[in-house]
Ligand binder design. Structure first.
Ligand SMILES: *Cc1c(COP(=O)(O)O)cnc(C)c1O
Length: 355
């Protein structure tokens, strides 16, 4: 196997011609992308009327979320531009991805997090990849405001999704879906936080349609958590609240792009409660064997909610954005505990009811 083959993976290698890279761009990749598009017989049955539902499992990216697609682009371009350090605000997954790709590139990574609000798995990732982790007394929107100001000093490159290279990288998920299905789906459902991902998917779908690589474009259907739904309510939420920490955002950076995606695609935005999110998380894990973090389950909760409105015979894709192991605490709280037993056959037969 040649070394070149090993590096011919990752979204920049796979979709180089559709991305703003040149021979001068060093490719910083961890072989992200090419995630599974899993057909879900049970979700298809629930929607019914001949609809087919697929789950795009972005938790299988190298750091466990779709953020890796954007980060390979953002870090590669930052290195091309001579950056020695990168910075981001994060609800957790952006910092995990930034820290990993910065480590790979050999540059410093600084992350600004809302204190006490980051899921354990994501925090541990930032530490182990060697980022400088600063916890501010404020929420994500405060952290992003500070990052914009720090970026303006010219000393660090910002790798939040206000960096347009992030959106470029993330649009590759649409390309993969089109290639796998042979066409674009009819409906695409995803969770919305800072709204970069819905904007990126729509950009990807539009580009492949323009290149005649697909015959149609999906309706983009976004779901926000009911306590953090600025786009749905069309106003900034000062104190966003949801246990789906990855979408706990009150003033999305890509608000305008997202609104355009909804309008142009004939789509819409809705809300789901934390209870609905947790129920969908448990459902997807226990019925289909797919464990996702709470924010990701918003797209499944959303599908349950809008199933009746989906036209017959539709192909539906739900993006599940991050891996369940990112946030073990919330999952653990909802599950039954272990069953204690003596190390004796009789005791175990008894508790299994097999006596
Ligand atoms: C970042 C993230 C989101 C939200 O994506 P936006 O682009 O901010 O809308 C949803 N789920 C997970 C797991 C995330 O990491």
């Amino acid at each position: 196997m040649s070394v070149r083959f090993l590096h011919d993976r990752g979204v920049i290698a796979r979709y180089r011609e559709f991305l703003p890279v040149t021979d001068a761009t060093p490719v910083i990749s961890l072989n992200e992308g090419s995630t599974p598009l899993i057909h879900s017989p049970r979700l298809s049955e629930i929607v019914g009327r001949g609809c087919k539902v697929f789950v795009k499992y972005e938790g299988l990216n190298p750091t466990g979320s779709f953020k890796d697609r954007g980060m390979t682009m953002a870090i590669s371009k930052a290195i091309e531009d001579g950056a020695k350090a990168v910075i981001c605000a994060s609800t957790g997954n952006t910092s995990a991805a930034a820290a990993a790709y910065a480590a790979r590139a050999g540059v410093e990574c600084i992350v600004l997090l809302p204190a006490g609000k980051i899921a354990m798995g994501k925090l541990v990732q930032a530490f182990i990849y060697g980022a400088k982790v600063v916890a501010i007394e404020g929420n994500f929107d405060d952290a992003l405001r500070l990052v914009r100001e720090l970026g303006a000093t010219g000393r660090v490159a910002i790798v939040n999704s206000i960096n347009p290279h992030r959106i470029e990288g993330q649009k590759t998920a649409s390309f993969e879906i089109i290639e796998e299905l042979g066409d674009a789906p009819d409906v695409h459902i995803l969770p919305v936080g800072n709204a970069g991902n819905i904007s990126a998917y729509w950009k990807g779908y539009r580009e492949f349609r323009d290149l005649n690589r697909s015959t149609k474009q999906p309706r983009m259907i976004g779901f926000q958590a009911s306590g953090a739904a600025p786009i749905f309510h069309n106003r900034i939420v000062e104190n966003p609240e949801t246990l789906a920490s990855a979408i706990r955002i009150g003033n999305p950076a890509s608000w305008q792009f997202a609104t355009a995606a909804l309008r142009e695609s004939g789509g819409s935005i809705h809300i789901v409660t934390d209870e609905e999110i947790l129920e969908a998380q448990r459902w997807l894990a226990s019925k289909e064997g797919i464990f996702v973090e709470p924010a990701s389950a918003a797209s499944i909760a959303g599908l349950f909610k809008c199933a009746a409105q989906i036209a017959a015979e539709s192909t539906v894709v739900c993006t599940v954005t991050g891996h369940g192991l990112k946030d073990p605490d919330i999952a653990r709280e909802q599950c039954g505990g272990v069953i204690p037993a003596k190390a004796e056959m009789g005791a175990i037969l008894k508790l299994l009811g097999w006596e």
